[in-house]
Design a protein around this ligand. Structure first.
Ligand code: CO
Length: 652
């Protein structure tokens, strides 16, 4: 789909098209403040605030505005620019004060990935450090240099500079998996404006580089197994969804697809049976803090959304590769680092999946047998951020369930371990090769719209009930409920022991049994941030210290770790948002959910780890008057068996 040349009527939430991106760039480069050394770190639609979107009527004029963060690679100056595309003017051109506390930098741009490798490989002290670890001069051209977001550890010489910390990996061949060969104890702190190594950390003890190859290019893989027969997904009558521009309809669901450089996929105006549920849903941040205190690792805590950009690093998916079945891909118009429009082909994938049984009963007394299969709509994208690959899959189900599933795969970070030494801060994955223990935290931002904008979050849990005249058998238990009324009371932790859960309700409506209609936030009792309070990552990833946060909607509060997490001192994002302690009862609210994993590495994770999952669900809870999928057709006759195969069981 090429939004840039479509004649379809625009919707206020449509991503910027190619023509709009080109017009925006032209306005920016014509501005007197523009310099050719400026790069476009992010370019996106300036989304109208919710009231504006909801007041808009189809067929009427659409307000279109674009915004970008510009980075002057010669001076380090950062500009936030907003353009009014209807009037073709620059609406604002401002330099945020990122050179002073609490600092912050735009995300790392693609050009810097390349530049850092050149700077580091040319640095004499770095070359000496790697030669001391057994590399030769001839090895250096093939060394893989990874520019890692630098964090902010309060080192005076680093404040206000644009930096990355670079670690490196030996490779004997360009197709080698560098992560099998970490160069331990050498970290180059690179100033990206002065284009030089600011500081080189070179541990006195030189741990040898592990040399055992652990490659995954197909020439290095074992011979493929031969006992796998084809499994084909066939939809002879086509898919059951329809699209109109960025709008999608499937079963009783409707929503709009959006996409930003930082978050990637965004779902707008998601609703079911003509009722609204969520105004806007996305993953606004994720962070991976490492638990190894040594030279190459203690500072590693990449914020993959705010420091790199999940959308900018989205994969261009290929049919038959990532997904099966009848796929509808969305091409995403975007801007490259020079602000030039480009089309990310097949960046968002949508298809249907069979998902087993949705409901079933066999009544032996009267021989009623009814069973219906579940089908789900999948809207997804994959982002590769350095060593890791993350899939973000939104699932919609026929019973009103909404699910987000993160898929974690790719390659773990590695550490070289001296021969014969134990690895204290992680686990061994191969000879002399360790995987540092780390955590992955994602944060979903859910701007709720449950039957309208006045929403309330309630918290529920189960407690044993004391013996008493009303509990003479001791079997009764209490279900406690409370309203989360203010922001500071709504920073909450999951508790599997009490089954704590949350409902998003609309107190202004009444459901079929006299209660407010609701959706339940189903969370997994996943770990919270393990780093110490006061540590750099604890300050910067405050969102990972609680599972659930609720804020009053403010269009300026978009990201769980704040606007500029890269090199930020900390405190921004959710901890700052909730410090206002605004009312969140019967209000326009945003629910933020943090979830993740603590990852202790194992040999099976290497060289590429099988997918690990992390996510949550939203399930209707008094939203419908009955099971909303009772009207599903009986699909049980559609099962096909090969002629020479006896029916093995049933059609389930
Ligand atoms: Co991991």
């Amino acid at each position: 789909m090429d939004i840039g040349t479509t004649t379809q009527t625009l919707h206020p939430l449509d991503p910027l098209g190619l023509a709009e991106l080109a017009a925006f760039r032209a306005l920016v480069i014509a501005h007197p403040g523009y310099a050719p050394s400026m790069r476009f770190a992010t370019v996106e639609l300036r989304e109208p605030p919710r009231p504006v979107v909801e007041a808009w009527q189809p067929g009427t004029a659409v307000v279109r505005a674009a915004q970008a963060v510009l980075l002057d690679t010669a001076t380090g100056v950062v500009i936030e620019v907003v353009a009014d595309l209807n009037r073709a003017t620059i609406a604002s051109w401002e330099a945020p004060p990122l050179g002073q506390p609490p600092y912050g930098q735009p995300p790392i741009i693609l050009d810097e990935f390349v530049r850092v490798g050149q700077i580091v490989r040319a640095d004499p002290a770095w070359r000496a450090a790697v030669l001391r670890r057994g590399l030769t001069e001839a090895d250096i051209d093939l060394v893989q240099v990874d520019p890692f977001s630098a964090g902010n550890f309060g080192y005076p010489e680093e404040q206000g500079r644009r930096l990355v910390r670079a670690v490196a990996y030996w490779r004997g061949d360009i197709r080698d998996n560098g992560y099998a060969h970490p160069i331990e104890g050498v970290v180059a702190v690179v100033d990206l404006i002065e284009n030089r190594v600011l500081t080189l950390v070179d541990d006195p003890i030189a741990i040898p580089v592990p040399r055992k190859k652990r490659n995954y290019g197909r020439e290095a893989l074992p011979a493929p197994r031969t006992d796998l027969k084809p499994l084909s997904i066939v939809q002879p009558e086509g898919p059951s969804f329809s699209t109109d521009g960025w709008e999608v309809r499937w079963q009783n669901w409707h929503f709009r697809v959006g996409f930003t450089p930082r978050e990637g996929l965004v779902l707008h105006q998601l609703g079911v049976e003509g009722r609204s549920v969520i105004h806007r849903a996305s993953i606004t941040e994720m962070v991976v803090p490492y638990g190894d205190p040594t030279t190459n690792h203690y500072w590693k805590n990449a914020f993959d959304a705010g420091e790199y950009g999940l959308g900018k690093l989205a994969n261009q998916l290929e049919l038959g590769c990532d997904c099966k079945g009848l796929i509808r891909y969305f091409d995403i118009p975007c801007a490259n680092d020079d602000g030039e429009p480009e089309l990310m082909k097949n960046a968002v994938c949508m298809h249907e999946e069979d998902y087993g049984i949705l409901w079933k009963h066999y009544e032996f007394r009267n021989d009623i047998r009814e069973v219906r299969r579940s089908r789900r709509l999948v809207v997804s994208f994959f982002a590769t951020v350095g060593n890791y690959d993350y899939g973000f899959y939104w699932y919609l189900y026929q019973d009103g369930t909404i699910q987000l599933e993160g898929k974690l795969t790719g390659i773990i970070q590695t550490a070289a371990i001296a021969p014969g030494e134990p690895y204290k801060w992680g686990a061994m994955v191969d000879e002399n090769l360790g995987g540092p223990t780390h955590q992955h935290f994602f944060n979903a931002r859910l701007h709720m719209a449950l039957d309208g904008s006045g929403n309330t979050v309630t918290e529920h849990e189960f407690q044993p009930r004391p013996w008493g005249t009303d509990n003479p058998h001791g079997n009764a238990f209490n279900v406690t409920s409370r309203v989360l009324a203010r922001e500071r009371d709504a920073a909450r932790e999951a508790d599997g022991r009490t089954g704590r859960y949350w409902k998003i309700t609309n107190p202004n409506r009444t459901n079929s049994v006299g209660n407010p209609p609701a959706y339940k936030l189903v969370v997994n009792a996943s770990p919270l941030l393990l780093a110490q309070e006061g540590s750099a990552v604890h300050r910067r990833a405050g969102f990972a210290t609680k599972h659930v946060w609720v804020t009053q909607y403010d269009p300026a509060e978009r990201f769980a770790a704040g606007d500029y997490p890269n090199q930020h001192q900390g405190g921004a994002g959710l901890p700052a948002y909730i410090a206002q302690n605004r009312n969140i009862e019967n209000a326009d609210i945003v629910v933020w959910h943090t979830f993740g994993h603590t990852h202790v590495c194992k040999p099976e994770d290497f060289p590429i780890m099988p997918v690990e999952y992390a996510g949550f669900m939203l399930k209707p809870n008094g939203f419908f008057a009955a099971n909303p999928a009772l009207d599903l057709p009986d699909d049980s006759g559609h099962s096909t068996l090969a002629a020479d195969e006896p029916p093995s069981c049933c059609c389930e």
